[in-house]
Design a protein around this ligand. Sequence first.
Ligand code: 13P
Ligand code: SF4
Length: 311
Amino acid sequence: MNVQSDLFEEINRLKKEKNAVLLAHYYQEPDIQDIADYIGDSLGLSQEAAKTNADIIVFAGVHFMAETAKILSPGKKVLIPDLNAGCSLADSCPADKFHAFKQKYPEHIVITYVNCSAEVKAMSDIICTSSNAAKVIDSVPKEKKIIFAPDKNLGKFLIKKTGRDMLLWDGTCMVHEIFSLEKITKLKIRHSKAELIAHPECESAVLEIADYVGSTTGLLNHTVNSDTKEFIVATESGILHQMMKASPDKTFIPAPPDNSCACNDCPHMKLNTLEKLYLCMKNETPEVDVPEPIRRLALKPIIRMLEIGRG
Ligand code: 13P
Ligand code: SF4
């Protein structure tokens, strides 16, 4: 017996004993993905959190994702392996500053990317994720003006895609904004048959040369459905685990960031470990909570998004 299989056994036992469901984002470490009951992108995880019958939701992801689960399922205990697993993009949009910004444009509809705090969601009209953002924007009548927050790269991409002129909040994701165009271009030359696939949180220069742009689930499905055998993947490297599992005959090259690393990990997502996951299930802490007045306000725009569904 090794430590990893002991932990797998214990986590599986705790899941049954406590009627807990383990939801994991694609950016989690491979061991956590392998033991999860459901692995998905932000939208899939919200949909799963809304419909689960479990008493406890163990959320292997970052804080805003666990918060969204709590907003949707207030009667359930929501646990996260590491309470410090935040998000640079959510942090780039503090609620007080966003409130002041929104006050200046009272006529605008506020569409907010799910990567934000519960307080910012509570100030929004509709939430979206990278897999349904264009569909959410299309649901807003043409004559209405739109504020889009907090990711400016996704916002710019959506302005081009939908033709809507939106007012953008100046936020970015620390993981997706540091891909090196120069290194990616060199990789593309060396692997001339490879497709470059990218998450829309990447900078415009990377998105412009990408062969396919999509959410984490979109990227995964594309690698399965495409006839191409080689992919350069411009998103957090955790997704490569599922890509390799789904298509063992294909080659996946993580797009390199503009630093000395070969691939790009989200330091927040990677705060969660198998050991912390086990301890949080055993001790039922740390727990994620949302004050009821904020929860009620934040629920409405999330429900509007879930009604719109996948794009
Ligand atoms: P999706 O899961 O919607 O693709 O978003 C990626 C992300 O940045 C999560 O933090
Ligand atoms: Fe936030 Fe970026 Fe990490 Fe996603 S990858 S959790 S957007 S910092």
